[in-house]
Ligand binder design. Sequence first.
Ligand code: G3H
Ligand code: 13P
Ligand code: ZN
Length: 318
Amino acid sequence: MPLVGTTEMFKQAYERGYAIGAFNVNNMEIIQGIMGAVAEKNSAVILQISKGAREYANPHYLTALIKAAIEEYPNIPVAMHLDHGPDFELAKEAVDGGYTSVMIDASHDPFEENVRRTKEVVDYAHSKGVLVEAELGQLIGEQFDSGEGGAMGEGIYTDPDQAVEFVQQTGCDSLAVAIGTSHGAYKFTKGEPSLDFERLEKIQEKLPNMPLVLHGASTVIPEFVEMCNEYGGDLPSAKGVPEEFISKASKMGVCKVNIDTDLRLAMTGTIRKEFIDNPGNFDPRKYLGPAREAIKQMVLRKLDVLGCENSVDHVNAG
Ligand code: G3H
Ligand code: 13P
Ligand code: ZN
């Protein structure tokens, strides 16, 4: 089947209390690893591409790889999504380039400006039948580093009343919320992991049926951090969002969960180990192959946490 939008995925996810995995892709092995896992679990999937990924790989290559993936797995609903679109121009480029969903991230702007810039993208994307994710509230972390690390105080969390206004004024199709997650491998640097589930509940109450999105949702699984460190890495005190928090959020209106860091750690740990275990090897297939398998195993684990096994059947029947 051709690439699909996220409407039916989110409808099914919302009604059935699970979330669809949105995995960041940068190269062939990552795409193949993800697709191998979703095929095994019969799960719909969102393959998301950041501005950095486009710059790294050249957007044409990523699009072509994703086209190859849907040819290999014709039964699996796959959405191609722009992650953290920084401005109208890039969002438009993605819409014009065949993405079925785009994010405009103006979350660092004041409310009115966030509304204005989001609506501009919504108007254009909707005129072409493409869906829009927007963000209200701010995640702190590697990507938008305030210098303080981790989730900060009340001020940056999504305000439930503002969220209603924001959705009404912009017409966005899904909303990324800030409830304590952050990007990268160093989350909750100031203490024990916690998410503001009360806030999430309020947002869901005030915006019934609105698909919510959780960014910065990697768990930073200790075993992979240790693997990186054992084989020459230096990732001190890396910490992520506990898996039970992700499962809980998936039953509270969170229909899309973004995962990048956990894939990076799986891939990096595996390649580091291969280099040390096989110092004489200089065939990239012999370390990229195991890395691809590590991505697959990581995604299988994620799909269990999200509860979205067999979502292919739900989406295709919907
Ligand atoms: O949230 C962002 C994703 O982890 C993508 O990261 O901008 O380095 O590609 P990137
Ligand atoms: P992580 O860094 O927690 O994997 O989050 C990824 C993300 O939010 C991509 O948009
Ligand atoms: Zn993100």
